[in-house]
Design a protein around this ligand. Structure first.
Ligand code: NAP
Length: 187
């Protein structure tokens, strides 16, 4: 069963299908849906790119939150990014940064409601995923040495899963980071 997580009808239909097929009840959520923003100065960001990047994270996570609000869950994990913590380094991924900030805020909101929530501000992953594809296309914001290998990411995830709130997994040497992005010294 696949669905556009930002589309109410499709998410409702997917949840109904899970029940109709006699699957075990939903006990947890991993929200990973995301669309990368092409690297571009904030001033050049157009409305269609903004919407495309915000929809899966903002609408998608909110719909899952609302539709499962009466469902007892063991976990509700949101795959956020370093970009919401460190701002838009170079101001080139503004919409992506905003989308991830929403995930962080949703985790806090769910906590205030007494519902499980964990937003993980992941560093860049190596070998797989959107950052890897971006590197293959010739674009990178952070050096390859500062990436997480998939096995490290999965090990971190298994350690973090019982936790609530917001946490970052960022294998970044901070002195070097500040040299590379001196404008972030004021964060
Ligand atoms: N890779 C990294 O270095 C990194 C770092 C920090 C955070 N993250 C976050 O971790 C998550 C996973 O990243 P990734 O690298 O695995 O990304 P990815 O390879 O681009 O995968 C993203 C997935 O989201 C799905 N998706 C997009 N819009 C959707 C929608 N409206 N409804 C349902 N599914 C939708 C895509 O499906 P389709 O293929 O069908 O479009 C794709 O399977 C993302 O939220 C990303 O922001 C990744």
């Amino acid at each position: 069963m696949t669905a556009d997580v930002s589309c109410l009808d499709q998410v409702e239909a997917a949840l109904d299908a899970v029940k109709a097929q006699g699957c075990p009840a939903v006990r947890g959520v991993f929200h990973l849906a995301g669309v990368p923003q092409p690297l571009q100065p904030l001033a050049q960001l157009d409305i269609s790119t903004l919407k495309a990047v915000l929809k899966p994270k903002v609408l998608g996570s909110w719909l899952l939150h609302r539709l499962l609000t009466e469902t007892p869950l063991d976990f509700f994990v949101l795959f956020s990014s370093w970009s919401s913590l460190l701002g838009t380094v170079g101001q080139r991924i503004g919409s992506y940064s905003i989308a991830n900030t929403f995930l962080d805020a949703l985790a806090q909101h769910r906590q205030t409601l007494g519902q499980p929530a964990l937003s993980i501000n992941w560093g860049d992953w190596a070998e797989i995923g959107m950052r890897h594809r971006s590197v293959q296309a010739g674009y990178r914001l952070l050096p390859d040495e500062w990436t997480l290998h998939p096995q490290q990411g999965l090990e971190a995830l298994s350690l973090l899963l019982p936790q609530q709130g917001q946490t970052a997994v960022l294998p970044v040497p901070w002195q070097q980071f500040l040299q590379l992005f001196p404008q972030t010294q004021s964060f």
